[in-house]
Ligand binder design. Structure first.
Ligand SMILES: *[C@@H]1O[C@H](CO)[C@@H](O)[C@H](O)[C@H]1NC(C)=O
Ligand SMILES: *[C@@H]1O[C@H](CO)[C@@H](O)[C@H](O)[C@H]1NC(C)=O
Length: 437
């Protein structure tokens, strides 16, 4: 081994951090003007491997600082501090349609950052890197508690922030794929919100009885969260994506039980039978099944199912009656749901009713349906298993990787500020809470 090789120094700070935290990758003690590839490798829980890499040239001091230097090529280019994470993609030869989602949030996502000589694009496994560092990325901050909830027939997990509490609460809903998806709730708890991840499609009751849950199920979840001794019962929000947004909007407006401080709704719609159950909502969506389109790669496009947005008020949540602040997060290239058109219609309804001061819309060009916490890789399409029929299909979500990734970063920051303002702000909830801001 030559001298240049053995002296290369690679550091990542922090090497253990939260999923939404930036890191600084620094390569030092290389000769000036050297070509290097900085590479990230992650093996996920189901055994699939993911990689990302950027091509760099060392500066006059023999250094590459990924946070401020330009990648000249690779899976991302330009100055992209976190490109090594958001541009992760399955290694060549992987099955098509994979999506990266952490199931066990009690262990970190482990990423090996390595530096290779030259500008490489393939065959990393066959090469010896100049240096490597193992990085841990966590959804659960130290001290966050994970509590499975089965009472009152719920399939849910509560995440409590570190510290004495009580904390404001967030009820967290995902979309049509079902499952108990915990990672976003875990990350919200890491930011000071007691967060309840709720499975409402593949939950225990449904698996046991074959029946879908009714609207009461969500009210029960709300009450369990509200009455928890560590939760401030008058400071509860809902946060949702996709089908979860349909449910959140309807509960926020119609429920006699659920009283929200605010709601954050990503990639969804208010179009639905105004007094239907989850099952009736799904049936209604499928009524225009013939409007399903397919991309040139044969990926399913569902965005037209609700278009044009109906003018019949009995098939829309009456947004004019909403009484809490609402943040809508929209990907303008959402190919799965008519999120943009719905947001515009919601805005119009609220303007007409005089409550549009409650509405904030974050709308992002070239951004798809799956707006996730920052640095989550972008999936333009992936295999989706319908919770009701168990059918496996390749679904087009939309978005362009760079724009989508930047949107995720921007949206998450703004969502956290919005939640903080509405859940921690206003009447003084007690001095102890300030320490969690
Ligand atoms: C690397 O770049 C970041 C962002 O510009 C900067 O904050 C940090 O100080 C740099 N580190 C070094 C050692 O130059
Ligand atoms: C189905 O499409 C028609 C127009 O073709 C539209 O008026 C109607 O609202 C759509 N149905 C649903 C469920 O959105």
């Amino acid at each position: 081994m030559d001298r240049k090789k053995c002296c290369v120094q690679l550091s990542v700070h922090p090497s253990r951090g939260l999923m939404d935290e930036k890191f600084i990758v620094l390569v030092q003690k290389v000769l000036p003007g050297c070509q290097l590839t900085v590479h990230a490798l992650h093996q996920c829980e189901d055994g699939n491997s993911w990689e990302a890499f950027g091509h760099y040239t060392t500066d006059a001091s023999g250094t590459v600082n990924v946070s401020q230097d330009t990648s000249l090529g690779g899976t991302y280019s330009g100055v992209e501090a976190m490109g090594l994470l958001w541009s992760l993609r399955p290694v060549p030869g992987s099955k098509p349609g994979l999506r990266l989602r952490k199931k066990n949030v009690q262990t970190p996502m482990e990423v090996t950052i390595s530096v290779y000589q030259g500008h490489q694009t393939e065959g990393f496994v066959d090469q010896v890197p100049l240096a490597s560092v193992l990085v841990e990325r966590w959804y659960m901050a130290p001290g966050v508690r994970r509590i499975p909830i089965t009472e009152e027939g719920l399939t849910a997990t509560l995440f409590l922030p570190a510290g004495p509490g009580p904390f404001p609460g967030v009820l967290d809903l995902w979309g049509g794929g079902g499952q108990l998806v915990e990672y976003r709730a875990a990350l919200l708890a890491s930011h000071g919100f007691a967060s309840l991840a709720l499975d409402y499609l593949t939950c225990k009751i449904t698996l046991e009885t074959g029946k879908m849950v009714d609207n009461q199920y969500f009210e029960t979840a709300y009450r369990v969260l509200q009455q928890h001794p560590q939760v401030l019962g008058s400071r509860i929000a809902m946060l949702a994506l996709s089908l979860g947004t349909s449910i959140t909007l309807r509960m926020a407006v119609n429920s006699q039980v659920i009283k929200l401080r605010c709601a954050v709704c990503i990639g969804g719609s208010h179009v639905q039978p105004s007094d239907g159950s989850v099952k009736e909502i799904l049936t209604y969506f499928n009524r225009n099944g013939s409007k399903t389109r397919f991309s040139e790669k044969n990926e399913v496009i569902w965005r037209d199912l609700l278009l044009p947005i109906t003018t019949d008020p009995s098939f829309k949540v009456d947004m004019g009656r909403l009484q809490c602040p609402l943040m809508l997060v929209v990907g303008e290239d959402d190919q799965n749901w008519a999120a943009y058109d719905s947001a515009m219609d919601i805005k119009e309804m609220m303007e007409r009713a005089g409550n549009s001061h409650l509405l904030t819309i974050l709308s992002y060009p070239k951004t798809g349906h799956l707006i996730e916490p920052p640095y989550t890789p972008h999936f333009r399409a992936s295999i989706f298993r319908k919770a009701d029929t168990h059918e496996k299909i390749m679904v087009l979500w939309g978005g362009q990787t760079v724009e989508h990734s930047h949107a995720q970063e921007d949206a998450w920051k703004k969502m956290l500020v919005f939640l903080r303002e509405n859940l921690y702000g206003g009447t003084n909830p007690g001095a102890t809470l300030l320490s969690h801001l």
